[in-house]
Ligand binder design. Sequence first.
Ligand code: ASP
Length: 575
Amino acid sequence: MKRTHTCGELTLDNKGEKVILQGWVKKNRKLGALTFIDLRDRYGTTQLLIDESSQKKFPEIKSEFVIEITGEVLERKSKNPDLKTGEIEVKVINLIIINEAKLTPFEIKDGLEANEDTKMTFRYLDLRREEMQKNLLIRSQVNKIIRDYYHRLNFIEVETPIFGKSTPEGARDFLVPSRVNVNKFYALPQSPQLYKQLLMIAGMDRYFQIAKCFRDEDLRIDRQPEFTQLDMEMSFATPEDIQNNIENLLAEIIFKVKNIKIKTPLPRITYQEAISKYGIDKPDLRFSLEINDVNDIFKSSEVNLFCNLKKNEKIRAIKVDSLLAKKDLEQLTEVAKQNSLVNLPFLKYSNNEWTGSLAKNLSDSEKQQLLKKFEIKGDCTILFAVGDFDISSRGLGAVRNEAAKILKLYKPEEINLLWVVDFPLFEFSEEENRYVAAHHPFTQPKEESLQDFDKNKSTALAAAYDIVMNGFEIGGGSQRITNENIQKRMFKAIEMSNQTVEDNFGWFINAYQYGAPYHSGCALGIDRIVMILTQASSIREVIAFPKNSNGIDPMTNAPDLVSTKQLDEINLKLK
Ligand code: ASP
């Protein structure tokens, strides 16, 4: 290459050398007789120096021009210890413009607060910013660690189709009309689930793939219509084998990227414990703030809210070690309401005095029991939820997360990982008025549920597990059903007719009649993991070309209208 060095490379070791650099003009400033230019590329920034006598020789340059310079490396007078190249500068001997640049719609700098859609319209400029480059570099590093790890362990990387048949992952499919097969559609894979199971039957033994997945769901900060999974599956492996494999991988990623040592084996808690202690199946355990049942304390209470409890209603509460200000309580009440709670009654305790919306009829015995139950030693606030167990748990779970944020109960760079195991096999769908598979219908019931999972659907447990990082579900998997009879019972339990099963999965279930190993697997959301590792505020920050919150790419304007000719070719007419 013509350049002798990148812009992030030169140090005092190169003093006196003649070099050629190419890059973008980050800054261009005149100080008296001298001109200083910061030249930027992906590797860093190098300071260029043009003295007065040379200035007239060179063309005028502006920010974001791409230039090439020949120059001599000098020791800098005022050094910049924060920069790898901070001890040197390059005195420019020759300068040519490779390409000029228009005034950019926003300044290319870290901490930029431009409108999201403007940034996405000019994504290639946004990606010039150091913090965005760092995100993509870390993502590339994570992919490499994954590939190295799995090759080391004898896994093979297999690519599976993007044009396939609908797989039952629980979300809506994206459909692609086939031109050649009139009126028929491919579905984009929600995950490579069925293919990887077939690879086990095919004898591949250990499979992994960094796979694109597509789900037509409403967007959130941690959701995009297309996203990337590390997908893996192992034959003759139990859920514990998979959990060990995945946690060792994550420990390696976190150590190599963040230099943080994660202690393995990771804690494992059951789904039931997660809901009951933290109100959510993906608890953030960087802080404790456990939810407690306090029905016992208020058995014969005169507090208005507690005297007329209905049979199934639970009183649940969390204590925070702080006297929450009015504004914080309002913020928490708002979160409670967004999560189906009617309100968020509270008690405050300070200097032996109880105040707050529930304090009026609180008896001495109740006060004593509260002190004991919550091991109260100083000022605190107790937040209550009353209602059905699930609603009060989930409501307080959301309040718990918000309270930790308000009270800054964790350090932003901290990382906490855990497994949530023993998920329910089914969940009841109000919409469809039937039980549906909570994970997917190929998930093996847990040993203790094998006998009666199709009779006791509300309590049946699955051999399924999720991995949680800082309150985000970053992955999950299960042991798969490999027995025809269990699979049939499973489909019957979710009220799928034989015909539907045959039409949709006949091809898949048949495969299990030709000799299948038992197998288990898992998938990790790479976008979410990189988002947490880079402390980005959304997965959009770690995807090169994402969609905005309406599922649109403002740069290309996808999705867009297509011509009548294109529609005719695929035999479609718009409604
Ligand atoms: N395919 C599943 C998912 O995307 C993961 C698995 O069961 O391996 O959630």
